[in-house]
Design a protein around this ligand. Structure first.
Ligand SMILES: [Zn+2]
Length: 317
């Protein structure tokens, strides 16, 4: 069955991205002013203005989530019910988006928005103190000067400002990349990741909740190849047990993020799986995931990801 994959060119996601892009520009401008300001009182006012901008951004993000993620959840839930009714005709589903799914999707997305705000606030606070305290500022200056001892005072100031501004711009988002390293992204990019991820999460979690209501314990990872050739391709098309109690299938909590979407940029989703009509051999194959790609004692997420890239390099996967 072809699965409906949410359209990435979504005007509602674009709305959030635009909000973050504008905020990113305003924050960066305000940050430059804060760095350039010599009067400590004015500097303090600039600092407060930036904190206010962050508060506003976080309030607007939450409003966006409460409106648009709830709408996505309703659509995804209706789709999950249609899918499950085709697999298990006659199932009576409880009305409304399952509350635990709604709560988790909103909590995760809003948590990510708050995380960005928290990181920016911390960084701002650090810079503010560094700018006010000669000693810390001097240490930073020494560090930069060490790289180029011929720098004049003006050039040094410019370098410090550039470094602070660059640090600020790259501060917002930290994401573990496909090689297990941490990468940082600009705000609008981050917003896109969070919103797209929440949308896919809505697909997967409503499907799981409705599968359980229909008495099904198996879900299949969508078969689309990863858009970036990532480790989650290991799981595509494979079937997992939601409860972990169906023999022959690994438990959903043995894979990263307890299933798709596995990571930012991941376009995999999960769908209820009905084993009827499959041969024993087919089912064995569908439930077959190498132990080294399952998370458990002695094999945490980072170990698994590093193992995947080593295996890929060696041509084993
Ligand atoms: Zn994926």
């Amino acid at each position: 069955m072809p699965f409906e994959i949410p359209n990435p060119d979504d005007p509602r996601i674009q709305e959030l991205v635009d909000l973050y892009r504008r905020a990113g520009i305003e924050l960066a401008d305000g940050f430059d002013d804060l760095v350039d300001e010599d009067d400590l009182n004015k500097k303090f006012a600039e600092y407060n203005a930036l904190l206010l901008l962050l508060l506003l951004l976080s309030n607007r993000s939450e409003a966006w989530a409460n409106k648009n993620l709830v709408a996505y959840l309703e659509l995804a839930d209706a789709r999950a019910i249609r899918n499950l009714q085709a697999i298990s005709p006659g199932t009576v589903f409880s009305p409304g988006v399952p509350p635990q799914v709604r709560e988790r999707v909103l909590r995760d997305a809003i948590g990510h928005f708050q995380k960005a705000r928290g990181i920016l606030e911390l960084h701002l606070g650090r810079v503010f103190r560094a700018l006010g305290l000669e000693q810390e500022f001097a240490q930073l200056a020494t560090g930069i000067r060490a790289g180029d001892p011929t720098l004049g005072r003006d050039e040094l100031d410019r370098k410090i400002r550039r470094k602070l501004a660059k640090d600020f711009r790259k501060t917002p988002v930290q994401v573990i990349g496909k090689d297990g390293r941490t990468y940082t992204f600009p705000l609008d990019y981050y917003a896109n990741l969070i919103a797209t991820n929440a949308k896919l999460q809505a697909e997967s979690l409503t499907e799981i909740a409705r599968a359980l209501e229909a008495g099904l314990d198996l879900v299949q990872i969508s078969n689309n190849p990863s858009t970036i050739g990532d480790w989650c391709d290991i799981y595509r098309g494979r079937v997992f047990s939601i409860s972990g109690t169906t023999p022959g299938f690994p438990a959903l909590n043995q894979i990263p993020n307890q299933g798709a979407p596995f990571h930012p940029h991941c376009h995999h989703t999960m769908h209820a799986f009905n084993p009827a009509g499959f041969s024993a051999d087919q089912l064995r194959e569908l439930g077959n995931v190498e132990e080294r790609f399952l998370i458990g004692p002695g094999n945490d997420f980072n170990t698994m990801v590093r193992g995947f890239w080593a295996a890929k390099k060696a041509g084993e996967v």
